[in-house]
Design a binder for this molecule. Structure first.
Ligand code: PLP
Length: 397
């Protein structure tokens, strides 16, 4: 059936790709061994250092985020190594499963999937590990399945407070370019990123930012690695080239996406995301529904997961929104299947796109017969417009 107008892609990634990024990708594929290519490669690599806030090395893989998860582990660890992970939600659980499949011995600190990583529990477990058998602590910065963030500076402080030498690995797949993140300042050893969320690109690129300590660990690490091997990447990257065929056209897009981000500025981007998240939560509260994240200090700027009232199917509601209103919302994953829907408000996004998104949710609740109060959109718009007026008044004063 023909659906006029633009589809609203409001899942928490992949996100809307801005037109100039699409235009950049839509160029003839170049020879990735040509003299011109090295310049593109170097621009992409140095731009990603800016995004990660690091002076350390960055690796760009032609792969989805799962590949960069695997790369972080196989480059730094050996079979049987103990790894401490935090089960903040479905993605943390998938990373744990990946570690198990690789022959690592991950231990997992559980949560109720409604909050961030338990920092006190991390510190306590590391304190007990006198023999330093735990080789890495792995945390998902923004758990895309729940809309809860974790305090990465706090995790670093917990590791330091007990003087433990474990590597710190952080998944920023749905926070990078949306929520404040600082690879160097927070002492992260391997940061994992992906192209399809805050970076406003299609899926297909993923990243590792690698500290000097992680590089040193990779010299000793014995897990088999070939495609993911950092060494060959670093050697070729020095001149902007890759050891195998890179995703050339996505790199065209990446350079333009980073230029867009540099024009807006990272702080402004993070503030924009927080503002849209706050407006979304106000809408949810006005509807009389509940935000899944129960600890405000962990609220996500990138997405909001909303709990469905008892006895109502989140998937049936999402189906109505998709079919009748031409909008995609995120589904509940793992143990949250059919119990929550997720509103993505990340990437290339503005006030009126959010207004349209929330209008679609409010209409969908009505059409699907989900009990709610009216006025969510109004509450969000009041907040957004009030905030614009307050900022203007401050500037004029
Ligand atoms: N980690 C997080 C936090 C994610 O949101 C995702 C995907 O949405 C992944 C890992 C897996 O990435 P991919 O699906 O690109 O392989």
């Amino acid at each position: 059936m023909h659906k006029p107008g633009r589809h609203f892609l409001q899942i928490p990634g992949p996100t809307n790709v801005p037109d100039d990024v699409l235009r950049a990708i839509d160029h003839p594929t170049m020879d990735h061994r040509s003299p011109e290519f090295g310049d593109l490669g170097l621009r992409a690599l140095s731009g990603m250092k800016w995004v990660f806030k690091t002076a350390a090395d960055v690796v760009i893989y032609p792969a989805s985020g799962t590949g960069a998860w695997e790369a972080a582990l196989v480059n730094t660890l050996s079979a049987g190594d103990r790894v401490l992970m935090c089960e903040t939600g479905h993605f943390a659980w998938l990373w744990h499963r990946l570690a198990t499949r690789l022959g690592l011995e991950p231990e997992i600190i559980p949560t109720d999937w409604r909050t961030g990583a338990d920092i006190a529990a991390i510190a306590e477990r590391l304190r007990q590990d006198d023999g330093h058998s735990i080789k890495a602590v792995c945390v998902v910065h923004n758990e895309t399945s729940t809309g809860c963030t974790s305090d990465i500076a706090g995790v670093r402080a917990a590791i330091d407070s007990v003087g433990h030498p474990a590597l710190l690995m952080v998944d920023t797949i749905s926070s990078l370019g949306s929520i404040d993140y600082r690879h160097d300042e927070w002492g992260v050893d391997v940061t994992i990123g992906g192209s399809q969320k805050g970076l406003m690109l299609p899926p297909g690129l993923s990243f590792n930012a690698v500290s000097a300590k992680a590089r040193a660990a990779s010299d000793q690490a014995a897990l088999p690695r070939s495609f993911w091997s950092w060494d060959e990447m670093f050697a070729a990257n020095r001149t902007g080239y890759f050891p195998y065929t890179p995703s050339t056209n996505l790199l065209y897009g990446l350079v333009v996406a980073i230029e867009r981000m540099q024009k807006e500025g990272l702080d402004a981007i993070f503030a924009r995301h927080q503002r849209h998240a706050e407006a979304t939560r106000r809408a949810v509260n006005a509807w009389g529904l509940e935000v899944l994240c129960r600890t405000p200090e962990h609220y996500s700027g990138a997405l909001t997961a909303v709990m469905m009232p008892e006895g109502h199917s989140a998937d049936a509601f999402r189906k109505v929104v998709h079919e009748r209103l031409n909008m995609s919302l995120g589904n509940g994953l793992g143990r949250l299947a059919n119990r929550v829907f997720r509103i993505g408000h990340l990437g290339d996004f503005n006030d009126l796109m959010l207004a349209g998104t929330l209008s679609g949710v409010e209409m969908g609740l009505k059409i699907a017969g989900v009990p709610h109060a009216r006025g969510g959109v109004g509450a969000a718009l009041d907040y957004l417009s009030g905030e614009i007026s307050a900022t203007a008044a401050k500037a004029a004063a």
